[in-house]
Design a protein around this ligand. Structure first.
Ligand code: HEM
Length: 369
């Protein structure tokens, strides 16, 4: 039986919760300009434009989101106000803005696009889109939790963009010892936010987090996805031996060719703005103050997860953004506000350079097999 957390003191959403940071607009513009310079330099090298972040995908799968009928009122908010079943597209990726060999570890991305969602959307470019996205990473908080910190990290990262790939690879494979060598050239700390020192845990066993805060109807929440079916729960913490450049594509491809998977979608509602701040994404909200509570189930059936047509659609046609959302799920806090500029900038550049249409899918049949 599900525990009933109906009586916790959930903080109500109000526009006054957000506190603009000093010099915020300038910091945002400088951040996005630096990311564009790096994207341009990558493009000039490869003559193909990738995402400024999470450039390398490993699987692009279709599935369904099931929203149950019995959610208590504090969870029956926004998209979750009514029960229903929605088609979804999920893109699994690694965080770097470059296509590095898979033996270079990194934080993993779980980008979720829910289709057939009616109602006006927040993103200025996609008001009539039928999509609601959540972008999740396998870590509960973001090290650079404010726009100032993110800005500083991006500007420093520009320095490492020209580093030979071998140095990055060695940094990840041998870990801390080699980071000392990188420190000598002043780049150690700048590489770590990408999670290059993370173990090569099986991606399908990981738990993924929004890291930043989102409006959750009348409340505020962080969103998360956790393994639910036995086969993916069994993969949690299973370290893989990764050698081939595209090993993860092959591991995930072999998995989904034979099996489906289920994940639980969960919301952690804010109960205390002191211990669960909105303007600093680096703070992990304590589960003791408010637990993650189930709000839906993601069901993925067995399928070919990386056909050539699907890779091109997932990498070059699709764009995921936290601002592809209902106003009831508005991204909050400065680390989210900067994303309002960053995602369209990255996606516009790569769509233009790759001569691909920039559109939000209106039907799941647009995702090729
Ligand atoms: C706060 C927590 C964050 C999370 C959980 C997150 C997660 C993700 C994920 C999962 C993707 C891959 C989306 C896909 O598969 O298409 C992505 C892409 C991206 N992220 Fe973030 N991210 C965060 C913060 C940021 C920030 C602060 C910036 C920049 C200011 C940023 C810039 C980008 C860009 C430019 C892309 C590629 C967009 C595109 O070309 O379509 N992210 N992010």
């Amino acid at each position: 039986m599900r525990a009933d957390f109906a009586s916790l003191p959930y903080v109500p959403f109000s526009p006054a919760i957000e506190q603009p940071q000093p010099n915020e607009q300038q910091l945002m513009e400088e951040t996005v300009a630096a990311m564009r310079r790096m994207a341009q330099s990558q493009f000039d090298q490869h003559r193909h434009a990738n995402r400024d972040a999470h450039a390398k995908s490993h699987a692009i799968v279709r599935g369904e989101l099931h929203i149950p009928a019995d959610l208590p009122p504090h969870l029956a908010q926004g998209l979750f106000a009514l029960p229903g079943t929605y088609p979804v597209i999920i893109r699994l990726s690694t965080a770097a803005g470059q296509l590095l060999p898979d033996k270079v570890s990194g934080f993993r991305g779980f980008a979720l696009k829910v289709l057939n969602v009616p109602g006006p959307k927040l993103g200025p470019e996609d008001l009539d889109a039928l999509t609601q996205d959540w972008l999740l990473v396998n870590h509960p908080a973001i090290a650079t939790g404010t726009v100032q910190q993110y800005h500083d990290a991006v500007l420093k990262a520009e320095k490492t963009a020209g580093l030979p790939e071998e140095v990055r690879t060695v940094a990840s494979v041998v870990g801390q010892a080699v980071h000392k060598g990188l420190a000598a050239v002043g780049v150690q700390k700048d590489l770590l936010p990408l999670g290059l020192d993370q173990p090569q845990n099986h991606i399908l066993g990981e738990t993924f987090h929004s890291m930043g805060t989102f409006r959750y109807g009348d409340y505020l929440a962080k969103i998360s996805v956790a393994p639910l079916s036995e086969n993916v729960r069994a993969l949690t913490g299973q370290v893989q031996s990764i050698e081939a450049d595209s090993a993860w594509r092959d591991i995930l491809g072999a998995f989904f060719r034979e099996q489906g998977a289920e994940y639980e979608l969960r919301a952690q509602l804010c109960t205390n703005l002191d211990t669960m701040p909105v303007e600093d994404g680096s703070v992990e909200w304590p589960a003791a103050d408010s637990p993650f509570q189930p709000i839906g189930r993601l069901v993925i059936t067995a399928q070919e997860s990386y056909s050539p047509a699907r890779r091109v659609f997932g990498d070059d046609v699709l764009s995921f953004s936290p601002f592809h959302c209902l106003p009831a799920h508005q991204p909050l806090g400065s680390i989210n506000r900067v994303r309002r500029l960053a995602y369209p900038s990255s996606s516009r550049f790569r769509h233009e350079q790759n001569a691909q249409p920039r559109r939000e899918p209106r039907d799941i049949s647009e995702l090729p097999d």
